[in-house]
Ligand binder design. Sequence first.
Ligand code: FE2
Length: 131
Amino acid sequence: MKVAEIIQSADWKAEKHVPVLDAPDSVKAGEKFTVQAMVGKEIAHPNTTEHHIRWIRIYFKPDGGKFAYDVAFAEFSAHGEAVEGPNKGPVYTEPSLQAALKLSTSGTLLAVSYCNIHGLWEFAKPIKVEA
Ligand code: FE2
């Protein structure tokens, strides 16, 4: 068994769990840009005490490189928990992560998300770096 065997992927327009990455198709080397990873971009994922997205992590894998680099992580901690009971709480964290990056080489941005009952999901987006 490998982790890759249990990470699911699907068309993000039809599947609510996919952590869609919004980033430019190309950037200038060393220039700051924003990347956002979001679950539920097209179809909202539930956000309840019983069923929610716990976290999203972003990696970068440079073209020609062997290893992934860990880029950003966000944990979504509030899902309506309260002393009054499930879904009675005053706050829900929505599954959206934004980070500012600078790259020196082209590669692929990868996002992995975790739903507390539907497991791991992934998304990939190539990004080109111009000198
Ligand atoms: Fe789910």
